[in-house]
Design a protein around this ligand. Structure first.
Ligand code: ZN
Ligand code: ZN
Length: 763
């Protein structure tokens, strides 16, 4: 027996259903007052039974009613019927009510007035009223009408339920769906196909797709609407696989499709990237001469674009008589999915109208290929064209801010979200926390975290990872214990944060404990990233041999990140021999990894192995390996400025270099001498000095000092690891100029304050 029968069998008697239906009695008087009010306030007050004369020929009035176009006209006809006494004629009554309820220019208040004057409305009239309330999405009044009808001892017929249930909102479906289903069964309409279709839609709305499926299974399945209702239900629940399966059944049964069927199945195919079924639907469209319409053509384009068949998508797109914003957006998204961002941009720029979906798609496209600055520029254009972003746009932009370290813009987004009441749920909250952490503003992240009413796994994880990367290792670990106490299950990313917290604070024993606990307590198998963390933890603490053992005993193949962690540790502890071995491993996996050559050079330079250093230099030249240029970003007044080493392209170059000279003098006075140990070029000491002198983060620091007020924190994002000399300079800048300097380098944060760094010179 299928599940959907359950409410009936467990339901009390007829009387209960028919006389005290739907627990709705509390609200009833309210509406009745309303209906009463209408009837007493209107022109109908003059109508009383004594005025009614016996029926006379009515044909002209009926014809008039049938051609009536407006309420004004209808009101005239209505008063005619009253004057002539024809109002009592059921045909006239039906037509009057039908116009007010169903006509696009109708008016339900007026329908009520007319209705109230009908002494014993027929089921047709009741149905018409119910249908009218559905049409104007006034389902509550529809349900009340229905109850009133039962109280007037009028039995529903097979039109009543489809009218009543049509267009239910989700809330209504949840509130009344099941009970109305009982009524359907009680009154014996359970096998009426229209009623079944309506019920399937209602259960799909409630998300009770299995109950809908139960009704579907018992239906005769001859009506295409039944199938469409199921497809739509599955799509709504993102069960695209089921839509595809059901479509197979429909094909076998030979039910004729409508364009609605095609649209629903195509949209499932787009999600599943199922080109075969998609093409089959397209063939049916052609063979069955289904009239192409905008929605169908859009669904076809979307399917082909999602499956990467841009040629076909463009062909359909080109032949469309009318294109709307959806057609254009599908083409843009199609190119974005194939990574052809510039081509996508061309189509995007050509769009006659853009909505927030198209803007967000394009912005997101830039994010996916790490072109963050362009994402932000586009966001500004979106602002300028007065399109309101939604929460998805916000999250995309926040993630761009996080990457660029653009705190000012991130803050502005936060204000915008508060001001315009953009749906500020956990999803947006998590993105904000991530942004604050990645911009080095832990305090803001912390207070937002405290304020958030609902915290999920991602909220906790964002906070733990953020604290760890900003050097608050112990706090991150406390946060992790708190997360466990709140019964939130950690995932592998949470554990990356936990292990990082141990690494950055040098807590080796704790790290070992957590690493073991991952599997034993939470059943999470460590992946290559976790092993990388362990190698980093052990290596930095000087346990190089144990770190190597971890690598050798890994159940998965170590990647260049794991070996990179060992290589980094070799630099800190100046172990040239193991460094060579690690570098060799990385270069086997990733021969063009410029950073490895550089690191190896640094190590040889630090160990004074100049012959080896020259060898590696030569190897780099022979293999055409270029050093990744160091690049620093700094945001000033909402604009992100970019500096590379020795940069002369910035409009304020002159001022910046003057400031650098001044800085150099001030800092030397405070005891600074350049540290060129990490410069490995075969050049004289003086050139080495000028090379470190022009490092990108120093240029950004000088720029920041010039352009921000005293006391403001300077925030810089660096693409590579910070060198020893820049680290020393930043410490002195924080002391000499009383500035807080925050630098996010490739692996971690450095918060410089009063001459020292949060990393405790351990990075
Ligand atoms: Zn440097
Ligand atoms: Zn530091």
């Amino acid at each position: 027996m299928s599940k959907w029968f359950m409410p009936l069998s467990s339901h009390p008697s007829d009387i209960h259903i028919l006389q005290i239906p739907l627990n709705f009695s509390k609200q009833k008087p309210l509406i009745f007052t309303r209906i009463k009010m209408f009837s007493s306030s209107a022109s109908l007050a003059s109508v009383s039974p004594t005025h009614i004369t016996p029926p006379t020929p009515q044909t002209p009035l009926v014809t008039l009613l049938e051609t009536c176009k407006s309420m004004d006209h209808l009101k005239q006809i209505h008063s005619q019927t009253i004057k002539t006494g024809l109002f009592t004629n059921p045909t006239i009554q039906n037509k009057l009510i039908a116009f007010c309820s169903n006509h696009e220019n109708g008016n339900m208040n007026y329908a009520c007035q007319v209705f109230d004057k009908i002494p014993q409305p027929s089921v047709f009239v009741w149905n018409t009223m119910i249908k009218g309330y559905s049409r104007i999405d006034c389902h509550k009044n529809g349900v009340l009408m229905y109850l009133d009808m039962l109280n007037s001892d009028v039995r529903p017929d097979n039109y009543t339920f489809p009218f009543l249930l049509k267009g239910f909102s989700r809330d209504f479906a949840l509130e009344f769906g099941r009970e109305l289903h009982c009524h359907v069964v009680k009154f014996g309409f359970g096998s009426n196909v229209f009623v079944q279709n309506a019920l399937i839609s209602v259960y799909c709305l409630c998300g009770e797709i299995d109950v809908a499926q139960g009704i579907f299974d018992m239906s005769c399945k001859d009506d295409v609407v039944t199938w469409n209702a199921m497809f739509s239900g599955y799509n709504r629940m993102k069960r695209y696989e089921d839509t595809r399966k059901l479509f197979g059944q429909m094909e076998r049964k030979g039910v004729l499709f409508t364009s609605v069927t095609c649209v629903l199945v195509l949209s499932a195919c787009a999600k599943l990237k199922d080109l075969d079924v998609g093409k089959r639907v397209h063939r049916y469209v052609k063979e069955c001469n289904i009239e192409p319409n905008l929605i169908l053509e859009n669904a076809l384009i979307d399917m082909y674009a999602a499956c990467g068949e841009m040629d076909v998508a463009l062909e359909i797109f080109g032949m469309m008589r009318n294109k709307d914003v959806i057609s254009w957006t599908s083409i843009v998204s199609g190119f974005l999915n194939r990574g052809q961002i510039d081509l996508a941009r061309e189509y995007f720029d050509e769009m006659p109208i853009k909505d927030y979906v198209s803007w967000t798609a394009m912005i997101d496209g830039y994010l996916r290929v790490n072109r963050f600055k362009e994402a932000l520029t586009l966001f500004r254009e979106m602002q300028a064209s007065n399109i309101r972003p939604d929460e998805f746009t916000m999250v995309s932009i926040l993630s761009a801010c996080a990457h660029l370290g653009a705190l000012e813009l991130g803050e502005w987004i936060k204000t915008y979200i508060d001001k315009y009441k953009v749906k500020n749920d956990t999803f947006v909250g998590n993105a904000l926390i991530d942004m604050y952490c990645k911009c080095g503003s832990v305090e803001k992240a912390r207070s937002l975290f405290k304020e958030m009413p609902r915290k999920d796994k991602f909220t906790w994880t964002a906070m733990i990872v953020g604290l760890a990367n900003n050097g608050h290792g112990e706090e991150a670990l406390n946060m992790f214990s708190e997360m466990l106490r709140a019964s939130i299950k950690p995932d592998e990313v949470t554990y990356v944060g936990v292990l990082c917290a141990c690494t950055h604070t040098g807590m080796v024993d704790e790290g070992r404990k957590y690493f073991a606990g991952m599997t034993t307590q939470h059943g999470i198998e460590p992946n290559v990233t976790h092993y990388g963390c362990m190698v980093d933890l052990l290596g930095r603490a000087g346990h190089l041999k144990e770190a190597l053992e971890v690598i050798n005993n890994m159940p998965v193949k170590p990647n260049s990140i794991v070996w990179g962690a060992l290589l980094g540790a070799c630099r800190v502890h100046r172990d040239a021999e193991m460094a060579e071995m690690a570098a060799k491993q990385i270069l086997e996996l990733d021969p063009d990894n410029g950073a490895v050559y550089v690191l190896l050079c640094n190590i040889y330079a630090a160990c004074n192995k100049l012959d080896k250093l020259r060898e590696v230099r030569q190897l780099m030249l022979d293999r055409g390996i270029k050093k990744t240029p160091g690049c620093s970003l700094i945001e000033m007044n909402g604009v992100v400025h970019e500096f590379v080493a020795g940069d002369q392209s910035h409009p304020e170059t002159k001022e910046i270099y003057l400031k650098l000279e001044k800085m150099s003098r001030d800092l030397k006075f405070a005891g600074y001498s350049p540290d060129t140990s990490e410069v490995f070029l075969d050049v004289g000491e003086e050139d080495k000095e000028s090379a470190v002198y022009q490092h990108s983060e120093k240029l950004a620091m000088a720029f920041g000092l010039i352009n921000s007020e005293t006391g403001t924190t300077i925030r810089i994002v660096k693409n590579l690891r910070m060198c020893v000399d820049c680290h020393r300079v930043a410490k002195l800048v924080s002391k000499v100029y009383h500035r807080e300097v925050v630098v996010r380098d490739k692996t971690r944060f450095h918060h410089f304050r009063d001459g020292s760094c949060s990393c405790k010179d351990y990075w």
